[in-house]
Design a protein around this ligand. Structure first.
Ligand code: 16G
Ligand code: MG
Length: 536
C-alpha cells in the first residue's frame, strides 16, 4: 500500500515549501495550490473512516470566497465538522514533502492504531467552481489508493453532504442518503407545517432568492418541484450569467449591508441570499422609503427560538432551550433573548465547530452566527412524545414536523429557509413584523493588515484581546466615549488579517469607533501598509 500511495502521490505533486493550514473551515486558498491537498485528504479520509468504522465526508468548496479559490472540509460520522485532533493530522499530511509523505501517513496509522484491513467508506461532494471537478477527482484518487469505497455525489451543497453522511451512519434513522431522500423529507415536513398557515395567500408564499451564482441555486430548483407551490421562489443570481459570490450572496449582503446585484426587490418584498456553498442564509427587504433592512443570523435565531419555546410550552414540555451566539451577535439580540424571552444565551468563539459543540450541551440548542450559519440540535427527544390533550397533540405534531425540517448535521441555507418560511406562515407574520421584534444596534466591521496576526491573542470567546499588552485598555477607553457601545478585535481564522467589530447607538458612532479601534490595532499590533482611513 505504501509504495502505491507514494507512487500515486507523484501524480499530485506538492509544490516544494508550500505550507497550508487546516483552518476554521478546512483548507482554503487559490485553487491552483490544492491538488496535492485534495489527494492527501482522500488518503486521510479513508484512515478516519477506518478509525471510526463509519463513513466520512469530503466536501470540495471554498464557500463565499472568490471563484478562483477552492477548499476542502472533512465531515465526521454524525455529519459534524472533523474532530480537532484530526485537523492537526490534516495539516501535517498536507505539508509533508514528497519524500516523507509515507512516513507521515504511517505516523498517523500508528498513533491512532488504525487497522488497515478494516473497510473504509468516503462520501465526496463538490460545489460549482470551475476547479471543483478536477480537485474532487484528486480526492477520489486518494481514497481509492488506500482501498476506500467511494460514493461521489457530484454537485451538492455542503449541508447536503453533511446530511448524507449522517443518514448513512445512522442507518436510515435520520433519513435516506440520496438527494431525493433529502428533498422528500424536507418538503413533506414543510407542506405539513404550512397546512397550519394563517391566510397563506400567493403574496405571502412569494420569496425572492439570491443563489450567489452557486450550488444553492441549482439545488433550490431541484427542491422546487417537491414543494407543490407552497413556496413560490423567484430565483436570482442562478449562475446562468453571473460569477460565483461576485457582488451577491449572503456574505456580501451581510458585510456590505446592502442588497446583492441582480435582484429586483419591490418595497416590502421578502428576500434571502445563500452563500456559495449554501450553508448560510440572510434575509432582507426594502421598506417603502427604499431603505434596506437586514435580518441576519441573530434575527433568525430569535425567530426560531421564540417559536420553539412557544411550542414547548403548548406541548407541556419542560425542556431547557438555549441560544448559542458569537461575539458578532448584535447586542440588541442578546438583550432581547435574555431579558424578554428569558432563554439562556451562551457565547463561543467564531466557527461552526465551536457553536455546534456548545449547543450540544443543552436540551435544545439553537445556534447561529450573525453571518447566517446555524441550526437547531437535539430535537429528536420529542419524537417519543405522546400527548393526550388535543392542544398538546397539535403542538407536538408541529414540533415533529419542525424537527424533520431542520438539518441537525450542520447549518443549511435551504433547510433554514424552509423553517423560516414555515414559521412566518404559521404565525401569519410579515418580514417587517419579524424585523420589528427588536432593533439592531448600528454596527460596522473593518479589517486591518498586520505583519503577524498571531500577535493578537483573545480570551472570553474572542471578546477581549489579551495581547499585545495595552490594546484592550485602549479599546475599553474608546468604547467608553459612546453610548451602548461595544467593540472587539480578533485575528481572522480564514484570511491573513485582523477583524474589527464595533456597535453603538448610532451608525456614525459605530463607524467612528470602528475606525478608532482599527487605528489602535494598526499602531499597537504591527500594522502594515497604509494607515486605516476614516469611513466616508
Ligand atoms: C468560516 C466558518 C464560519 C466563520 C468564518 C469566520 C465554518 C464552517 N465556517 O467560514 O463559521 O464565521 O469562518 O471567518 O466553520 P474569519 O475567521 O475569517 O472571521
Ligand atoms: Mg459557506
Amino acid at each position: 500500500l505504501d509504495s502505491k500511495a507514494s507512487q500515486k502521490s507523484m501524480l499530485h505533486p506538492k509544490p516544494k515549501g508550500l505550507m497550508l493550514q487546516y483552518g476554521t473551515a478546512g483548507f482554503r486558498t487559490t485553487a491552483k495550490h490544492l491538488d496535492h491537498v485534495m489527494f492527501r485528504m482522500g488518503l486521510l479520509a479513508t484512515l478516519r473512516s477506518r478509525k471510526t468504522k463509519s463513513t466520512i465526508g469530503v466536501m470540495v468548496t471554498a464557500s463565499h470566497n472568490p471563484e478562483e479559490d477552492n477548499g476542502l472540509k472533512l465531515i465526521d460520522p454524525m455529519g459534524e465538522m472533523v474532530t480537532p485532533s484530526w485537523e492537526g493530522y490534516a495539516t501535517q499530511l498536507a505539508n509533508a514533502e514528497q519524500e516523507v509523505l509515507c512516513s507521515a501517513l504511517k505516523d498517523i496509522i500508528e498513533k491512532e492504531t488504525i487497522n488497515m484491513s478494516e473497510t473504509a467508506s468516503v462520501f465526496v461532494g463538490r460545489d460549482t467552481r470551475p476547479s471543483s471537478q478536477r480537485l474532487s477527482q484528486a480526492v477520489l484518487d486518494g481514497v481509492s489508493c488506500l482501498g476506500g469505497q467511494i460514493q461521489d455525489y457530484g454537485l451538492v451543497t455542503t449541508p447536503q453532504l453533511h446530511y448524507m453522511v449522517r443518514c448513512r451512519n445512522t442507518h436510515g434513522c435520520y433519513g435516506t442518503d440520496t438527494l431525493q431522500g433529502y428533498y422528500q423529507k424536507l418538503s413533506q415536513a414543510f407542506i405539513e407545517l404550512t397546512k397550519n398557515a394563517r391566510n397563506h395567500t400567493d403574496d405571502q408564499k412569494r420569496l425572492l432568492v439570491d443563489g450567489a451564482n452557486g450550488i444553492g441555486a441549482l439545488k433550490v430548483r431541484e427542491l422546487e418541484a417537491c414543494l407543490q407551490s407552497e413556496l413560490q421562489m423567484v430565483l436570482f443570481n442562478d449562475g446562468s450569467n453571473g460569477k460565483l459570490n461576485y457582488l451577491c450572496g449572503a456574505d456580501y449582503v451581510k458585510v456590505q449591508q446592502k442588497p446583492p446585484q441582480g435582484i429586483n426587490m419591490g418595497a416590502g418584498e421578502r428576500c434571502c441570499s445563500f452563500d456559495g456553498d449554501a450553508d448560510r442564509i440572510v434575509y432582507y427587504y426594502n421598506d417603502s422609503d427604499g431603505s434596506f433592512h437586514l435580518l441576519d443570523g441573530d434575527k433568525i435565531a430569535t425567530l426560531i427560538s421564540t417559536y420553539l419555546k412557544e411550542l414547548l410550552t403548548q406541548a407541556g414540555l419542560n425542556l431547557q432551550i438555549a441560544v448559542v451566539q458569537t461575539a458578532y451577535a448584535n447586542g440588541s439580540s442578546t438583550q432581547y433573548l435574555e431579558d424578554i424571552m428569558k432563554v439562556t444565551v451562551s457565547c463561543t468563539k467564531t466557527g461552526v465547530k465551536h457553536l455546534h459543540h456548545a449547543a450540544q450541551k443543552f436540551d435544545i440548542g439553537v445556534y447561529f452566527e450573525a453571518n447566517g450559519h446555524g441550526t437547531v440540535l437535539q430535537l429528536s427527544e420529542f419524537i417519543r412524545l405522546k400527548a393526550s390533550v388535543d392542544e398538546k397533540k397539535h403542538a407536538a405534531k408541529l414540533l415533529e414536523n419542525t424537527i424533520n425540517l431542520i438539518n441537525q448535521a450542520t447549518g443549511d441555507a435551504i433547510s433554514d429557509m424552509l423553517v423560516i418560511e414555515a414559521v412566518l406562515a404559521i404565525r401569519g407574520m410579515t418580514v417587517q413584523e419579524w424585523d420589528s421584534i427588536y432593533t439592531d444596534l448600528p454596527n460596522r466591521q473593518l479589517t486591518v493588515k498586520v505583519a503577524d496576526r498571531r500577535m493578537i491573542d483573545t480570551a472570553d470567546a474572542e471578546r477581549r484581546a489579551v495581547t499585545p499588552a495595552g490594546l484592550q485598555d485602549s479599546i475599553d477607553a474608546l468604547v467608553k466615549k459612546y453610548t451602548k457601545a461595544r467593540a472587539f478585535v480578533r485575528p481572522s481564522g480564514t484570511e491573513d488579517l485582523v477583524r474589527v467589530y464595533a456597535e453603538a447607538e448610532t451608525q456614525e458612532s459605530a463607524d467612528v469607533l470602528a475606525h478608532e479601534v482599527s487605528l489602535a490595532v494598526y499602531h499597537m499590533a504591527g500594522g502594515v501598509g497604509e494607515k486605516p482611513k476614516p469611513l466616508k
